[in-house]
Design a protein around this ligand. Structure first.
Ligand code: DHB
Ligand code: MG
Length: 238
């Protein structure tokens, strides 16, 4: 699963080993995930799910962003086994909720078990099906705006998820997008639909007057990638 693997890194093997060792060091000194996160990884592994969840350091960043922004209502697109979901559920606290969208019924089942076992099941709702449908349905139900939104599903639809997310936001909503670098292919690969989706997403983040954004490249337990961070603006006349 996501046992860190130096061969995934594009850095030379020696540097890759050092990067992994450094992330392991940061994980045990400052991130300090409890045993529930290791259990989720193991459950995902046993269910043969792809080992593509966020690293512990990245998950803790999501948790901190939820706390710093005082988020009570979090929306996640892409549940997988519930690893980032647990970080976010811890971040919103007992009074908060996480609504998370998952396409694969089998993944949603594993996540449900994992989140219940971690003691946050009652604050997490898993919406099964294509995220575009789930987000559209939330919009039609006129749910309260979300405080923080984490986009981490299929990359080809990232721009569409952003558009729908903005309709589920208020000024001040934090929007985080995962995998905006993809080992550099976002810049170099013109044929990959996922990279094209990320380019449309980043262009929209940069151009849309409703968002103020940055994007940060990352290396660590996961290979070279990056995330975007945006806040929703108060736009006059809206
Ligand atoms: C992939 C997806 C992710 O969300 C991620 O963080 C890394 C890789 C992928 O689909 O390959
Ligand atoms: Mg991701």
């Amino acid at each position: 699963m996501s046992s860190p693997d130096a061969s995934q890194h594009s850095a030379d093997p020696h540097t890759a080993e050092q990067i992994l060792a450094m992330d392991a060091y940061l994980e045990r000194t400052v991130v300090q995930p409890d045993e529930h996160f290791a259990r989720i990884r193991q459950a995902a592994d046993e269910a043969d799910m792809p080992a593509i969840e966020v690293s512990s350091a990245q998950g803790k960043l999501l948790h901190l962003l939820a706390r710093i922004s005082g988020a009570r209502r979090v929306l996640e697109v892409g549940t997988l086994a519930g690893f980032s979901t647990l970080w976010l559920a811890r971040g919103v606290g007992e009074q908060g909720t996480v609504t998370t969208c998952e396409f694969e019924p089998r993944h949603a089942e594993v996540a449900r078990r994992n989140l219940d076992a971690a003691g946050v099941g009652d604050r997490v709702e898993i919406l099964l099906g294509p995220a575009e449908d789930s987000l559209t349905s939330l919009r039609q139900q006129q749910v309260e705006p979300f405080d923080l939104i984490f986009l981490d599903a299929d990359k080809a639809s990232m721009d569409r998820y952003l558009e729908l997310s903005l309709e589920l936001s208020r000024p001040g909503t934090v929007i985080v997008g995962d995998n905006v670098v993809r080992g550099g292919s976002v810049l170099t690969d013109q044929d990959d639909p996922d990279s094209a989706g990320i380019r449309r997403f980043l262009s929209a983040l940069g151009e849309d007057p409703r968002t103020e954004a940055t994007a940060i490249q990352t290396v660590g337990a996961k290979p070279w990638d990056g995330f975007s961070l945006a806040v929703v603006n108060q736009v006059p006349g809206r």
